[in-house]
Write a protein that binds this ligand. Structure first.
Ligand code: HEC
Length: 123
């Protein structure tokens, strides 16, 4: 029995270390969309949304430049929401944009969508 408990706590310990620690921290002090973007999205999309994050440049599909407003305007909010929630494959694109529907609530995704859109607001 003790061995099982020990094994379980090891698994739990590993899961805690690998798990989305940022998500756990958010629950405590509900973060702004900008904080979520910097914690979760910037590694691919770049800290200022130019699609130049270190992990994004290694992918087969490079994340789009959020400041390219003509291109960004082609996708309706519902479609972009779906892409963040279900990943790019869910709307028939590549497999390179992960799905966030498990890690983030719909409200958080809406906030992130607004944050992504703000790169194309003039003010
Ligand atoms: C592992 C790298 C990675 C992470 C992390 C990531 N994305 Fe993406 N994202 C991509 C890639 C690659 C695409 C383009 C996919 C395609 O067009 O097939 C994309 C596409 C998008 C798009 C559609 C516009 C576009 O570039 O085509 C939005 C909006 C978006 N991501 C938002 C987010 C948000 C918000 C987060 C954080 C919750 C996030 N992404 C995290 C890689 C990533």
């Amino acid at each position: 029995m003790r061995r099982i408990v020990c094994l379980l706590s090891t698994i739990l310990g590993v899961a805690l270390v690998i798990g989305p620690t940022a998500v756990t921290a958010w629950a405590a002090d509900s973060p702004t969309a900008e904080q979520m973007f910097q914690d979760t999205c910037a590694r691919c999309h770049g800290t200022t949304g130019f699609g130049d994050g270190p992990d994004g440049t290694t992918l087969a599909t490079h994340p789009r430049n959020f400041h390219d407003c003509d291109i960004m305007a082609k996708d309706a909010d519902e479609k972009v929401f779906e892409e963040i929630k279900g990943g790019s494959a869910s709307i028939g694109r590549s497999n390179d944009m992960p799905s966030w529907g498990e890690a983030l609530s719909d409200d958080e995704i809406h906030n992130l969508l607004a944050y992504v859109r703000h790169f194309c607001k003039t003010k």
